[in-house]
Design a protein around this ligand. Sequence first.
Ligand code: AMP
Ligand code: ZN
Length: 445
Amino acid sequence: MTKLRLYNTLSRAKEDFAPLDPARVRMYVCGPTVYDFAHIGNARPVIVFDVLFRLLRHLYGPAHVVYVRNVTDIDDKINARAAEIARGRNIDVETARAEITEATARQYAEDVSALGCLAPTHAPRATDYVGGMVAMIERLIAEGFAYAAEGHVLFEVAKKADYGKLAHRSVDEMIAGARVDVAPYKKSAMDFVLWKPSDDNTPGWPSPWGRGRPGWHIECSAMGEALLGETFDIHGGGIDLVFPHHENEVAQSESAHRGHALARVWLHNGFLNVEGEKMSKSLGNFVTINALLKDWPGEVLRFNMLRTHYRQPMDWTVAGMNESWKTLERWYAGSEPIADPHVGAEFLAALCDDLNTPQAIAELHKADDRARAGGLGLLGFSSVQERIAARPAIDAAAIADAIAARNAARKARDFREADRIRDELLAKGIALMDGPGGTSWDVKR
Ligand code: AMP
Ligand code: ZN
């Protein structure tokens, strides 16, 4: 069997992967906070960890891999949105919270399925695990790792000697670098919230510390524990989650579990920028998966994402998307839909080398059969093939005639007619490029 090697954020090294129990390989990936459409940056971990899920299923058997991707449906950004809706429609805030999280989670599942991602084995919602969160917090208090103060419960970072081991930072560095809340009920600025009180206009659950809600980090610790046990094999998410989210998950879970590790391998995808800039609503380059799917086949999005290694930062560009579409078209042109379950040895070796998808794609370039990635479902889930089949064939001779007519019009200085011909072609998706060697054309999207 090809050996799987994964880069572990914890050890900062590529390691041989050996699951605790090969009959039940367990992976947890932090999922979306559901209050708005997911953006293309959010799509990156979904696609990357789908590739890992498929690879694990290939190596250990589909029945032997358990993949948990949670849905964060308790969160203060959600609450702020819910309060707005509740005011506008004169409904109570909990009803509004349930509505937006339900609708957003459904949309998310649809969007990522269009990117060819398998549904995870479990997609737990935080609201269904509040009991487990309260129980874990009670345990942390009983063991001396947490304290209650003014309706809050805080994790006492000073009680965890190796705090910072995942992020590879000392507590002093973290205090200097982080914008931490200095609240009067905290013993130290680094202590983080496990539970906080809710007022009447904020969703809340009963607890020994009064009506309130969990902090984000404890949500994942409790859902991981409930579905995967104390220690599991892989924990993943975007690089931005290493600190504080994952560091705090480690602190909570290890302290609640007599020091047993939360996860053995920590995997983090690099960040995605759009056209060279950090994505932000104010810059106007905030691209949702949903909007992209109106213009591009999901498979093109997926392929474009996988052309960059998951740990590298990625620049998402329209030019890159066009290249990706062209490559897939070339691969699929005139071929039967991919159905061959064969997985090439070099292709598999590349994926097993810390999910080296650029190398795996290079192997696909070399392959001259059309089986390519069929067996792993990396590609070939057919939306591109369907779109190619649906598109009328390009009549190259007619385009050549139109270019000749346009050149004749330009020679006669009839620029209006020349532009009309150019625009007519453009409306059909054919772009003309005038260069020193004459006029060439390309399919534009
Ligand atoms: P959130 O809903 O913001 O908690 O994010 C969900 C997932 O998307 C997390 O794993 C994040 O690390 C990841 N993520 C968010 N923004 C980006 C980005 N620009 N590039 C890559 N991953 C991202
Ligand atoms: Zn998490």
